[in-house]
Design a binder for this molecule. Structure first.
Ligand code: AMP
Ligand code: GLY
Length: 415
């Protein structure tokens, strides 16, 4: 099959590796792609959030399957436009992508489906925000209601900072703080049948020890040696199937990748957020262990035939990825710096570009990720950091503690 992949970050490089490794894929085209993806795909220019342009490109390249990586095209209706051309597309409709695009919508669906999540209020005025902050108390959680590329959330014990963020955003969701380790669970679904991938953990804060501002994610690992037994089954039963049923009931079934962001609290798993696409950088580690051919899996979800798909197969061992970020990320990343040491297996390109003479340069906040597998988490972690140490980019930074607590057996679910 001919596959068109939309996007050009680290997640899409990881998807491209998976798609290119599927023997049923005869051609892989990526738009816009990136220099890492260029090694395995034909790159085409496109405005990823322009539904007509992407649908036109899908027709032009004779795509049998379109895989949409990032959230912005989904929210803009790109999947709808491709589907309208009669082409199979992995990615939800604009209506269904509101599970990610609007925090208020997601809370509505969760309430209707009785999905365990933090109690929350949507607030538009200083007065109601203040009341919500005082009801929940510190630490305060204030979320921008719209798409914010993982950076619209402030978690702080400083009430003034929380109130200021609410004022800056206009419309916010103020919610109860959930204490416990976080899990990202990706679920491939055709709207009815659903297959969970391996649970992963992401590191959202920029600094070691979970300090500093939130980012898109600074590293990830899978599997989770500390996860309570039965966690995935419990989340499928209490979160995923009720949510999919509620979306069907509303006439807007969710087909694609349902990303369930959870906190594992003393009272059990609680949903922190839904996303409508693969997470970045968790995809890099989850797909590194997936043995099942990726294009066939995504095609089954895109064509409503997932119930007939064989069970997923996984490689033994573990995978770790560590993000190398540009100087100034996340506030004001400096781009254009020369990168060396990145053209080797295991280095996933996120924000890079290549000059005509072959020089690789940074082109985004998260620049590359060192991704490695190993027989266990400690080995995978060592291998990922070996890749990172070989990468040079002036002023760049990375966390040094990705997967460290899990390796040391220090991640615990609150009692
Ligand atoms: P979100 O964009 O909703 O995933 O939020 C980004 C990050 O903020 C999450 O990964 C958590 O680390 C943190 N966060 C969001 N909501 C909560 C909450 N209710 N309790 C604790 N931490 C939260
Ligand atoms: N890694 C978090 C996200 O993709 O939203």
């Amino acid at each position: 099959m001919r596959v068109l992949l939309v996007g050009g970050g680290g997640r899409e490089h990881a998807l491209a590796l998976g798609l290119a490794g599927d023997p049923s894929v005869t051609a892989l085209i990526a738009a816009p792609g990136n220099p890492g993806i260029a090694a395995m795909a034909e790159l085409r220019e496109v405005a990823p959030t322009d539904p007509a342009a992407v649908a036109g490109l899908a027709v032009e390249v004779g795509a049998d399957l379109v895989v949409i990586g990032p959230e912005a095209p989904l929210v803009a209706g790109v999947a709808d436009a491709v589907r309208a051309k009669g082409i199979a597309v992995f990615g939800p409709s604009a209506e269904a992508a509101r599970l990610e695009g609007s925090k208020t919508f997601a809370k509505d669906v969760m309430t209707a489906a009785e999905v365990p999540t933090a109690r929350a209020y949507t607030c538009t005025e200083q007065e109601s925000t203040g009341r919500a902050l005082d009801e929940f108390g510190p630490p305060y959680v204030v979320k921008n209601d719209g798409l914010a590329a993982g950076k619209g959330v402030v978690v702080t014990s400083d009430r003034a900072v929380a109130a200021k963020h609410a004022q800056d955003c206009g419309r916010v969701v103020v919610e109860e703080y959930l204490a416990g380790p976080e899990v990202s669970l990706f679920v491939v679904t055709d709207g009815e049948a659903a297959l969970p991938l391996l649970p992963a953990q992401d590191f959202k804060r920029v600094g070691d020890g979970d300090t500093g501002p939130n980012t898109g994610g600074m590293g990830a690992y899978t599997p989770l040696p500390w996860a309570p037994p039965g966690l995935v089954d419990e989340v499928m039963r209490d979160v995923v199937h009720p949510t999919l049923a509620e979306m069907r009931r509303r006439g807007t079934p969710f087909a694609g990748l349902l990303y369930v962001g959870l906190a594992i609290t003393a009272a059990g798993p609680r949903v922190i957020e839904f996303n409508a696409r693969f997470g970045d950088p968790e995809t890099q580690v989850v797909l590194a262990l997936l043995e099942t051919p990726l294009a066939g899996l995504l095609h089954a979800a895109a064509t409503g035939t997932l119930a007939a798909h064989p069970p997923l197969r996984w490689r033994d061992g573990a995978a770790v990825t560590v993000v190398v970020a540009a100087e100034g990320y996340p506030a004001a990343p400096r781009t254009g710096g020369v990168i060396t040491g990145a053209d080797r297996p295991g280095v996933i390109h996120a924000g890079t570009r290549r000059d005509a003479d072959g020089t690789l340069r940074s082109a985004g906040g998260r620049v590359v990720c060192g991704t490695a597998t190993g027989p266990d988490l400690a080995a995978a972690r060592d291998a990922a950091y070996a890749l990172v140490r070989a990468i040079e980019l002036a002023g760049s930074h990375h966390r040094t503690d990705i997967a460290a607590a899990a390796v040391a057996g220090q991640v615990t679910v609150p009692a």
